[in-house]
Ligand binder design. Structure first.
Ligand code: AMP
Length: 396
């Protein structure tokens, strides 16, 4: 089957066409600046990548450009739209309504819309993407794959905040967690790598990228995760604070006469690695800063790795032990220094990193020593492939 995977943002749309039999990416690309002017970057496997300015007043126009790029006689990969067997859409928030992926129907779209409150920047954009695809490919089956669904197995003690219970009842304020597709994909692969069934092991997945989250996966199910009602919680990230004392918000508002919206911007866009270092949200720039003696870059990475280590320890405790740990996403796969800082001193709980193996970047690798009781791995994530697999499973 050929599956088109769509990840739609408010002004962007990422896509991949995947052959689900071989799991090969046939083509992929990105539409940017939708509703502003428009730009398409497209690459077909084995051919040159190209970028064109394109008129994209809305997402329908963007999807048309994508389909034309896939159909193009010279640079495309299909000769008719009939060759697209299914479309898988990444949806950020499924609230408590969706504990797994689902075929998209009018009722499902309505239910996704009812979750808009919980992800006001993302869900409306995801819905626009679905509508655009439906209008251009009305007969192609479509599947919604939710970032939150994998975490719906968390027990109430893990997802309830210490707020008056009415806030949960009335507004569904609770921990939902994100990056679920990645945590699910990586935890399954990790179980395979250690030769166990997912039901028979406890693993911790550290998805460390620009956005970062860590999940405790017990017996194949998410039992706790670091992100919360929104992706702002948990680890300090590229530009997000992660967990902070909530009283800080009122404190800053008083000191700087800022509105809640302005403070929200600071917490989401100006904090984390960027705010701490004053240099960049990108770990490559932080590494460079550290090598040049920049102490705030050093501090930013130290803070990040320290929090990763604390969550590893607390999730091992929450699960009553851990068999294996995976590092994934941009930083998790490519940054030996962060992995080293995050695991050093954990020998007491059976974690011993192999320094040489830890130099590996971007490929699957065991990075703990043979005598490490807990095995530690780099497991590259592949959210698009995971979405394609889920889509095929439902469509077939
Ligand atoms: P992500 O959000 O998963 O794309 O991760 C972005 C982060 O991963 C950035 O901070 C990058 O510095 C880091 N990253 C991505 N690729 C590499 C790489 N090849 N080498 C080092 N760091 C990388």
């Amino acid at each position: 089957m050929k599956v088109l995977v769509i990840n739609c943002g408010s002004s962007s749309l990422k896509y991949q066409l995947i052959d689900s039999d071989t799991e090969e990416v046939l083509a992929k690309g990105l539409c940017e600046r939708i509703t502003i002017d428009g730009r398409l970057t497209h690459s077909t496997t084995g051919k040159d990548k190209y970028t064109i300015d394109a008129d994209m007043p809305d997402h329908n126009a963007a999807v048309k450009y994508v389909l034309n790029a896939l159909l193009d006689k010279e640079t495309g990969v299909i000769s008719s739209l009939d060759e697209i067997d299914a479309v898988g859409h990444r949806i950020v928030h499924g609230g408590e309504k969706f504990a797994k992926s689902t075929m998209i129907t009018d009722e499902v779209m309505q239910a996704i819309e009812e979750c808009n409150d919980l992800a006001p920047l993302h869900n409306p954009a995801n819905l626009i993407g679905i509508r655009a695809c439906k209008s251009l490919m009305p007969d192609v089956p479509m599947v919604a794959v939710f970032d939150t669904a994998f975490h719906q197995t968390m027990p109430d003690k893990a997802y309830i905040y210490g707020l008056p219970y009415e806030y949960y009842v009335n507004y569904k304020i609770r921990k939902y967690g994100f990056h679920g597709t990645s945590h699910s994909f990586v935890s399954k692969r990790l179980a395979e790598l250690i030769g166990k069934k997912p039901e028979d092991c406890n693993v911790i997945v550290c998805h460390l990228g620009n956005g970062s989250s860590i999940t405790a996966v017990k017996g194949g199910k998410s039992v706790d995760t670091t992100m919360g009602l929104t992706p702002l919680a948990g680890l300090p990230m590229g530009t997000r604070t992660g967990d902070i004392d909530p009283a800080i918000i009122e404190f800053i508002a008083g000191k700087e006469d800022k509105t809640v919206e302005e403070i929200n911007q600071i917490l989401n866009k100006k904090s984390g690695m960027l705010g701490l270092s004053g240099v960049s949200s990108d770990f490559r720039d932080l590494d460079k800063g550290i090598s040049e003696g920049n102490d705030r870059c050093r501090l930013a990475v130290d803070v990040f790795a320290y929090h990763v280590k604390k969550f590893i320890g607390s999730y091992a405790a929450a699960m009553g032990g851990v068999d294996a740990i995976a590092f994934t996403a941009g930083v998790g796969e490519n940054n030996p220094y962060v992995r080293k800082l995050a695991t050093e001193g954990l020998e007491f709980m059976g974690i011993k990193l192999d320094e040489k193996a830890n130099e590996t970047r971007g490929e699957e690798m065991k990075i703990s020593t043979e005598d490490s009781k807990v095995s530690v791995w780099i497991v590259p994530t592949n959210e698009e492939l995971a979405i394609a697999r889920e889509t095929v499973a439902l469509v077939k």
